[in-house]
Design a protein around this ligand. Structure first.
Ligand code: HAM
Length: 416
């Protein structure tokens, strides 16, 4: 037997019904906010992530699926989707054309991490990006959309953790203050944190090492090093979120594990995810597009870990999604009844009723059993007697009741 690759998994029915409903809901909510879908390649030039996500990040340093293709190019299975969206917009000249671009996506991402609950090597994200708008109102509106989406899934009690990481101009002074604070603790750091301390001390703030975590509460904070414009942006955002009743808390050490962020960064965590509790993350990236050779274009976005989202999905949404697929099984009693069954199936489907026509012809007993297993709640049986009477027998496979219904009334009966 050939099994799936470690850290990847098959999503099978009935669980795929839940994934499908989540994605449909995202599409609906995002469209209400004026976002259009974008689909970028899973395979991108390695350079794209090195330049944007950053060489010193764990993602680029040790988690990418990178290989040289048969043409000798270094390519990477995308570890995230923001860089790909920015690349696509620059490549197609779309950032110059219109003012603001609002795009969303859903799809697989790849990171070579140690698999555990809520963490996979192939995982899926649902994300959204706004390009061409620099103001704090855009940040606020994006978070409002996010909460709108999560609210429709039935989540309550979630709060955004929020911070500002400033700009390329004011960050160096903070990074140096951080380095100076952390250096005396180098003795307690493992290889990973020592490398981070050298390459980019900000990354030490993401450490998972308890001995290093212990010293972080005393570390300097980015919010104390913000330039006046970044500070004003941050404060305006806080005020707008309060007005919009979006629950947030300020997390002075939140830096996020990607280098392209400027100013606003945020995460939402959810209980029940174990150590991997970030349900989603996002932030502003005002230099990403220009770093990729495009015109100076500010941007902000988020990506939700769909695997994690589905893991902690409120029960009511899950149950409704599971119940949403319940075709009616249509069973022809004898081979001679099949043409009529086929015609009836077309009539019912034209009326919007999902019909699962029994193909096997193994007899009604076996057909009903199989239908129950496939998730059908009801079955319609058609035999010679019913054909002659212009009726059909409707069986409720759950309640174990049945009724004979005139075919002319069948649609209304099944919908009722
Ligand atoms: P990220 O924080 O690296 O941000 O990933 C976003 C979310 O993807 C995480 O919060 C988590 O839920 C999920 N995720 C990440 N790695 C895994 C994994 N190995 N297994 C399961 N889920 C995972 C980004 O990717 C940015 N592109 C977000 C963004 C968009 N920033 C601006 N725009």
């Amino acid at each position: 037997m050939i099994g799936s690759v470690k850290g990847t998994r098959d999503l099978l029915p009935p669980e795929t019904r839940v994934w499908g409903r989540v994605e449909e809901t995202a599409r609906e909510v995002f469209a209400l906010h004026g976002f259009e879908e974008v689909r970028t390649p899973v395979l991108e030039p390695t350079e794209l992530f090195v330049r944007t996500v950053g060489e010193a990040t764990d993602i680029v340093h040790k988690e990418m699926y990178t290989f040289v293709d048969r043409g000798g190019r270094s390519v990477t299975l995308r570890p995230e989707n923001t860089a790909g969206v920015a690349r696509a917009l620059v490549e197609h000249g779309l950032v110059q054309a219109a003012g603001v671009r609002k795009l969303w996506y859903a799809g697989p991402q790849f990171r070579y991490e140690r698999p555990q609950k809520g963490r996979y090597r192939e995982f899926r994200q649902i994300g959204a990006e706004v390009l061409g708008a620099a103001d704090a109102a855009t940040d606020a509106e994006l978070l409002v959309m996010l909460f709108d989406f999560l609210g429709r899934l039935g989540f309550t009690g979630l709060a955004v953790s929020l911070n500002s990481v400033g700009t390329q101009e004011c960050r160096p002074a903070f990074v140096e203050a951080l380095r100076a604070y952390l250096e005396p603790f180098a003795g307690r750091m493992g290889d990973d944190d020592l490398r981070r301390l050298k390459d980019n001390p900000l990354r030490v703030l993401d450490t998972k090492d308890p001995a290093v975590k212990e010293v972080l509460p005393g570390a300097p904070q980015m919010v104390d090093h913000l330039d006046p414009a970044s500070r004003a942006h941050h404060e305006e955002l806080l005020a707008l979120l309060s007005d919009a009743a979006i629950p947030f808390r300020i997390e002075p050490r939140l830096v996020r594990g990607l280098d392209y962020y400027t100013r606003t960064v945020f995460e939402v965590t959810a209980g029940g995810l174990g150590a991997q509790d970030a349900l989603l993350g996002g932030g502003r990236y005002d230099r990403l597009v220009s770093d990729l050779g495009g015109p100076r274009t500010p941007g902000i976005g988020f990506a939700i870990g769909e695997d994690r989202l589905v893991d902690v999905l409120p029960q009511a949404f899950r149950e409704e999604a599971l119940a949403s697929f319940a075709p009616v099984a249509l069973v022809a009693i004898e081979p001679a009844d099949r043409p009529s069954a086929l015609a009836l199936a077309r009539t019912l489907r034209a009326a919007g009723i999902s019909v699962d026509l029994d193909p096997a012809g193994k007899g009604p007993g076996a057909a009903l059993k199989a239908a129950g297993k496939r998730g059908c709640r009801r079955a319609v049986l058609l035999g010679q007697r019913e054909r002659e009477a212009g009726t059909a027998v409707v069986k409720d496979l759950v309640e174990r009741t049945q009724a004979e219904v005139p075919q002319a009334e069948l649609t209304a009966y099944l919908k009722g």
